[in-house]
Design a protein around this ligand. Structure first.
Ligand SMILES: [Zn+2]
Length: 335
């Protein structure tokens, strides 16, 4: 009787100007029983290290003998940003697309990021579902993003188990800003467009390994495998709130030093007009912006770095669809 196999393979993502190969490691777990293929990647944005740590622990806990199907995992999808502890790659290496998460499904003859993405996309083409692990900037509430109206993706998002699910409109349904910011080239959006259910867990914030969040991430992945029938066991019914992102952002109108409102915490429900914090001129002490929310909803991101430039994002509020965790959003689903 076979117990399943694990292989770790080094693949070449691209070639750097010096001739050095940019490589990464792909882990493949084959269960003894046939089943779906799940592709998981982390650290497209290399400073977002919680996803990488989730995959290391997942590797130690996956009961290979019980697996039906194949899991393919890439813990460091973008070594360039990983080494720089950054979000984007230096312009000198990819001036056209400094953000890897805007180029999917990639292009084998394109820019550096497009080539790297095209290499990883080969795994997506044979996948039945994909998970793209990310984190936000300090301070962010863990949540899972999926494409609004994509029922199969929503099912995976619910299985992952975060309390907050963010439904992101795409393509014709999306606002102008969504198009202007190149969001159609996000990995999750491209996969959903290609008919592969896709979720983006945002595992709190970057640069630090956050124990609770990483543990929730490992549990979330195992539950996604159960939802896909790849591991035995039930998917527990969990409370969650579905909300929409991108609409409730609070933006700095002036530059200066930002002091977040004392006592304000991510995860709390805020009404419209809630004080988020104040921006001061550090030389004159004059208050130049009293920042308040313009939507009610769940505060899911709050800026921690104090030095801000006008136009910077201070906070994000998600607009609830179903505060009680009910399934009203299904009425809107079209697929
Ligand atoms: Zn990211």
């Amino acid at each position: 009787m076979t117990t399943g196999t694990h292989t770790a393979t080094e693949i070449r993502l691209a070639t750097l100007p010096s001739g050095v190969s940019l490589t990464t490691t792909v882990h493949t777990y084959e269960g003894p029983e046939d089943g779906p293929t799940l592709y998981i990647q982390a650290a497209q944005h290399g400073r977002e290290v919680n996803g990488t740590e989730v995959l290391r622990r997942f590797h130690g806990r996956l009961p290979l003998e019980s697996l039906s199907g194949t899991v393919i995992a890439v813990p460091v999808a973008n070594p360039l940003t990983f080494d720089r502890v950054s979000y984007t790659t230096p312009e000198v290496l990819d001036s056209a697309n400094p953000n890897m998460n805007r180029v999917w499904p990639g292009d084998e003859t394109g820019s550096l990021h497009q080539r790297m993405a095209a290499t990883c996309w080969r795994y997506v083409e044979r996948a039945d579902a994909v998970v793209d692990l990310h984190t936000g900037s300090p301070d962010m509430l863990p949540h899972v993003v999926y494409r609004e109206g994509d029922r199969a993706s929503r099912r995976l998002a619910k299985a992952f188990g975060a309390e907050l699910l963010l439904a992101e409109p795409a393509h014709d349904e999306a606002a102008d800003e969504w198009h202007q910011r190149g969001f159609s080239g996000k990995f999750r959006v491209a996969a959903s467009q290609a008919g592969v259910p896709a979720i983006t867990p945002e595992l709190a914030h970057n640069k630090q390994i956050l124990e609770d969040v990483v543990e929730d991430g490992v549990d979330g992945l195992c539950t996604v495998l159960r939802a896909l029938g790849m591991l035995p066991g039930d998917v527990p019914e969990r409370e969650h709130t579905t909300a929409r992102n991108h609409l409730g952002r609070v933006i700095a109108t002036q530059s200066g030093l930002f002091r977040a409102a004392p006592g304000l915490r991510v995860g709390q429900y805020v009404s419209s007009g809630t004080e988020v914090g104040s921006i001061y001129d550090p030389t004159t002490y004059e208050c130049v912006h009293d920042a308040v929310t313009d939507h009610e909803g769940i505060l899911y991101a709050l800026r921690k770095e104090a030095t801000v430039t006008a136009g910077a994002k201070l906070a994000s509020v998600a607009l609830p669809r179903d505060r009680d965790g009910s399934e009203r959003e299904h009425e809107r689903e079209r697929e």
